[in-house]
Ligand binder design. Structure first.
Ligand SMILES: [Zn+2]
Length: 412
């Protein structure tokens, strides 16, 4: 058994309990007890450590990230979704070159920001080995994409091979799952193929959905940016959307799913999506950079969707630091009372995504996994606005524990 303590413990439990001079008693597998540091001290402890002027909270969770696109810094075009997608198409091969080097750097950046658990979207399988060997807890979403019938068999075989590979690597820390890229990029035959596998294997499914007004116009009116996109990039003069919004959502009715972005939902779509076994993930910086819009948090509350934030990939972000994402959300949602919002944002990267990814973490209480992030925040013991100051000042972890072990991030 080990004991760590800090000036402040944020439990992220049902009552959002905060403990001053708190401690967490734990073994590798799980937390034994959370309480006052002094009261948890006992004789037979392997390790005792108190972090002065620090906060201990559940290790953060980044539930939607594309590690394979980590090479992008200034290459891609922001401010307009269509121009961004054009720039992805034009630079895709270049961005995948030496992807391995950038994936490794991205894993390190992720750990440094206090993230212990990720939902990783894997388009090509280049990240599978790195993530399975890393100390991160991972749900690896094998992605399927394709609209050209000539290549369907190749796409299916490639997808199945990646899926089976990641399935073989499964253990208590690494799980395989499935991602349908989006309604504009995936034919219904391929979507059904992947969904049937998700049902057979009882896997979680993720998808990008209604991220842009270009996608909305395409699905609703068979018109706009995507008509030219298919003409130009695929020489397809007669492309048609493969779904209506409703028929796309129908695909997910027997799966547990994660919808990412959802910036353009009307009341009917909110209603339909709320009847699925689904959660919604929002990526505020990506949404600002590509679509000049933020996720409608008020509607999400109305339909009982817990707030979940993620960084998405470096292809639509300036960093993979979850605390940068948290700060963006704090400043973006200006109509919300700032202290309550800060608390919601902390839950949006701990308890709420934990429930979806299913690693029994995201909360500090007895029997939850021993996954903690420790942040030094000057004078944190003096403030009455703890949540707000954590979001304003936390940037890099002092220490990160996954399954009760202190992670050597530099050598990970
Ligand atoms: Zn994404």
């Amino acid at each position: 058994m080990k004991l760590i303590g800090a000036s402040i413990i944020i439990t992220c439990d049902e009552n959002f309990k905060i403990i001053k001079d708190g401690g967490v008693l734990f073994c590798d597998k799980n937390i034994i007890k959370v309480g006052k540091f002094d009261e948890l001290k006992q004789d037979d402890l392997q390790e005792v450590r108190f972090y002065q002027s620090c906060v201990i909270m559940p290790a953060l969770i980044n539930s939607h990230i594309h590690f394979e696109f980590s090479k992008n810094y200034s290459t891609l075009h922001y401010g307009n979704f269509g121009k961004w997608l054009d720039s992805i198409m034009q630079n895709r091969d270049m961005l995948m070159q030496d992807a391995e080097i950038y994936i490794k750097t991205a894993i390190k950046e992720t750990l440094k920001s206090g993230v212990g658990c990720v939902g990783a979207i894997s388009s090509n399988g280049l990240d599978i080995d790195f993530l399975s060997k890393s100390t991160l807890k991972v749900v690896l979403f094998n992605e399927i994409m394709g609209t050209n019938k000539d290549f369907f068999n190749i796409v299916k075989d490639n997808f199945k091979a990646r899926l089976e590979k990641s399935k073989l690597l499964e253990d208590s820390r690494f799980r395989a799952a499935i991602a349908l890229h989006s309604p504009y990029s995936l034919d219904i035959e391929l979507a059904k193929y992947a969904i049937d596998l998700a049902k057979d294997y009882k896997m979680l499914v993720s998808t990008h959905f209604l991220e842009s007004k270009e996608e909305l116009t395409w699905l609703e009116n068979n018109n706009g940016y995507f008509r030219d996109f298919f003409k130009y990039f695929f020489k397809n003069q007669n492309a048609k959307p493969c779904y209506s919004k409703e028929s796309f959502l129908e695909l997910f009715k027997e799966c547990q799913s994660l919808f990412v972005h959802c910036l353009h939902l009307d009341n009917n779509t909110w209603d339909k999506i709320s009847k699925l076994n689904a959660s919604i993930v929002s990526a505020p910086r990506s949404n600002r950079l590509l679509n000049n819009k933020y996720f409608d948090l008020t509607k999400a509350n109305e339909y009982n969707f817990p707030f979940i934030i993620a960084t998405d990939g470096r292809s639509s972000n300036n960093s993979l630091n979850m605390l940068d994402e948290a700060r963006c959300a704090l400043f973006a949602y200006k109509d919300y009372e700032i202290n309550n919002l800060a608390k919601e944002i902390i839950l949006a990267m701990t308890k709420n995504p934990a429930k979806v990814l299913g690693f029994n973490n995201g909360i500090l209480e007895s029997n939850k996994a021993s996954d903690f992030a420790v942040f030094y925040i000057k004078d944190i013991e003096m403030t009455t606005q703890i949540e707000l100051n954590v979001i304003l000042h936390a940037n890099e972890v002092q220490d990160l524990y996954i399954n009760g072990k202190r992670i050597d991030i530099e050598n990970n």
